[in-house]
Design a protein around this ligand. Structure first.
Ligand SMILES: *Cc1c(COP(=O)(O)O)cnc(C)c1O
Length: 238
């Protein structure tokens, strides 16, 4: 993996990622497309802009503070911004005018606040339901079995547009184990689509990161979220 500070290697890294995606698509017989999200935590706006210049058109932000600090420096005409970190309800107001999608919708309370803030500024917000695929206590997200009921509730918020699911999966040692989580997510995604709920359009399945995105693509991911694989290792503990 390339070093964070030194590398002009975003270009090389991106080429590798594209090749791996193509391989996974072929292996699984997919002919649709996968979007690469550049996950920008700890990465300078200059380096993010470099990725945008190379054709990345989607960036993922984890932290409200960091998003606010970097927002004006981004070459935003070239990209969409998705919020992907845990979002506290009292911070929603700082980002509703800045992001194109909130992928980390994990509670009805948060949905209520997004609804309130979007109504205030007169816009709708695309959201993904964050799924805690391994039912881990340490992680945020709706448990898989609660997703249908959760989506039904969110469908009644006039300023929210559910577009799909965002998966958080446990760290796994075995390939087969992580594969199982991705397959389950894909089933949940496709089942939800079949339900045809009003105001819900199941088009995004956001799953897979640097270590497992190939497997995620094989299992139907439409957005993969890549940090280290593009920009290099992050400083420790982030
Ligand atoms: C950091 C992060 C990623 C990217 O992780 P990498 O291993 O660096 O690719 C993806 N999704 C979320 C929610 C993250 O916080």
């Amino acid at each position: 993996m390339m070093e964070n500070q030194s590398g002009p290697n975003v270009e090389e890294n991106l080429a590798i990622i594209r090749k791996n995606i193509a391989h996974a698509m072929e292996k699984s017989g997919r002919s649709d497309s996968v979007r690469i999200m550049a996950v920008t935590k700890t990465v300078s706006p200059e380096r993010v802009n470099q990725a945008l210049a190379l054709g990345i058109d989607l960036i993922g932000e984890n932290r409200v503070q960091e998003l606010i600090e970097k927002y004006d420096s981004y070459d935003r005409k070239k990209c969409e911004i998705h919020f992907i970190g845990h979002l506290q309800t009292n911070k929603v107001k700082y980002i509703v005018d800045k992001v194109d999608m909130i992928e980390s919708l994990d509670s009805i309370r948060l949905a209520e606040e997004i609804e309130r803030q979007c109504k205030r500024i007169g816009r709708t917000m695309k959201v993904l339901v964050q799924v805690n695929a391994g039912r881990e206590e340490s992680k945020y997200g709706v448990y898989p079995e609660d997703v249908p009921g959760f989506m039904e509730k969110v469908s009644y918020f006039p300023h929210l547009r559910v577009q799909g699911l965002m998966a958080v999966v446990p760290k796994c040692k075995e390939y087969a184990e992580i594969c199982k989580y991705f397959m389950n997510m894909n089933h949940l995604f496709l089942d939800s689509r079949l339900k045809n709920i009003d105001n819900i359009n199941m088009v995004c399945l956001s799953m897979g990161m640097t270590n497992d995105y190939g497997l995620a693509v094989e299992n139907g991911a439409t957005i993969i979220r890549i940090g280290r694989g593009l920009f290099g290792e992050r400083p420790k503990a982030l």
